[in-house]
Design a protein around this ligand. Structure first.
Ligand SMILES: CNc1nc2c(CCNCC3CCCCC3)c3nc(N)[nH]c(=O)c3cc2[nH]1
Length: 375
């Protein structure tokens, strides 16, 4: 399960390992997002050999709708279907129902929604999202929850949190009453909610902790709230979460956000930013970020950062990559996506080095400022 190795000096940063039947994850970790069973524009072997990814995310909502659970089950489960023999975490679909389906209804029994693909009607319940993720065979499954919008009134946030709590209790029971359909075991993570209300966040942290999940996610953040408020809620939540369980901050974030949230006690992150923004030309570097589509790179005949270990950085001229993006050439998307993911995992390795030698606390704030600078 989760072994806490070290907590940093004067911040809540920590290093640990999460052992799953598909491999061990060293934390802090960033988890590349593979919505439809593929991390867009990056091949599985590159994820291992170049990105050094240790775990990727899949999406219950999308995979359930297409290709559907029976196709994936017939293929031997998600790992076999996508040819990835390492850890996979799947989100429960609650968040996707809100961000994708324009017609959904929350009831005590679960979330009714219409498929964004063909308008067909579906219902996710705390119990059937366990069954779906049992069938997918992901190593870490998430409970069904509601992620309230930002801003939400305190009443709405409280109502939503309490429904999510009742769903989590049912989801945990469904998980404990069933077992994995495959050779490998599975873990279930609970999700803390409570909007941006400190008293609700504290109550939710305690409620979810008491359900004794294998890990705990912090939900309801990175939904448009000010960054400082996201940091404040994260800091408060980890004060009330057990030290011996991994903490997963959902949907976060920019490189600078990762450093600040690691300092506030977070172990696991996921975000579409490195791949989605790569496709728009945003490239993260050790000295800040650039947009390669900008005309300033048109005649720039040097590589971006010759000493950084990616093809984009060391093998290609900026003028050429600018040209690829200007012409929507696939090679541009591939180089930028692979680079950004490699950068995120490289940053996590730097963080672990700093925690190990007790130099994280006087490094991360300045580094976060540099990483947040547009070059
Ligand atoms: C971007 N901000 C944000 N994301 C949130 C997410 C989604 C996290 N990412 C999942 C991946 C998305 C791409 C496909 C694969 C799964 C949240 N998910 C849940 N269940 N609950 C949240 O409160 C919740 C809150 C979130 N906030």
């Amino acid at each position: 399960m989760f072994d806490l190795h070290k907590t940093a000096l004067s911040t809540k940063a920590r290093m640990g390992t999460l052992s799953t039947d598909h491999g061990t994850i060293s934390t802090p970790i960033f988890m590349p997002v593979g919505t439809l069973g593929t991390v867009k524009a990056v091949k599985q072997d590159e994820l291992i050999d170049k990105v050094k990814a240790q775990i990727i995310l899949g999406n219950t909502y999308h995979l359930y709708l297409r290709p559907g659970c029976d196709i994936i089950e017939n293929a031997g489960g998600l790992h076999s279907f996508i040819n990835w023999d390492h850890p996979i975490l799947t989100d429960s679909g609650g968040y996707q129902i809100f961000s994708l389906s324009d017609n959904r209804e929350l009831k005590e029994e679960g979330a009714h929604f219409k498929s964004h693909l063909d308008g067909s009607k579906h219902l996710f319940t705390p119990e059937n999202v366990v069954d779906i993720q049992r069938t997918l065979g992901s190593d870490i499954i998430m409970v069904l929850d509601e992620c309230p919008p930002y801003p939400s009134s305190r009443d709405y946030a409280k109502e939503s949190m309490e429904l999510t709590h009742r769903w989590e209790k049912r989801g945990r029971q469904a998980f404990l009453n069933t077992s994995s359909k495959y050779e490998h075991g599975q873990f279930q993570f609970g999700i803390v909610q409570g909007g941006t209300y400190p008293d609700l966040r504290k109550e939710s942290s305690k409620y979810v902790t008491d359900l004794d999940f294998e890990g705990i996610a912090i939900g309801g953040l990175s939904v448009g709230e000010p960054t400082e408020l996201m940091y404040e809620m994260t800091d408060l939540n980890t004060d009330y979460l057990p030290e011996n369980k991994p903490r997963y901050l959902m949907g976060v974030g920019k490189p600078a956000n990762l450093l600040h949230c690691i300092a506030r006690g977070i172990d696991m992150f996921d975000c579409v930013l490195p791949t989605r923004n790569a496709r728009n030309g945003q490239i993260f570097t050790r000295n800040g970020y650039i947009n390669i589509r900008n005309a300033k790179w048109k005649n720039h005949n040097r590589p971006l950062d010759p000493d950084f270990p990616t093809d984009l950085c060391s093998q290609y001229k900026m003028s050429y990559i600018h040209h690829l993006f200007r012409n929507s050439e696939l090679l541009g998307l591939e180089l930028a996506s692979l680079h950004n993911l490699t950068f995120y995992l490289w940053l996590m390795e730097k963080v672990k080095e700093r925690i190990a030698n007790d130099s994280f606390h006087n490094w991360y704030q300045e580094k976060a400022k540099v990483l947040d600078t547009k070059i």
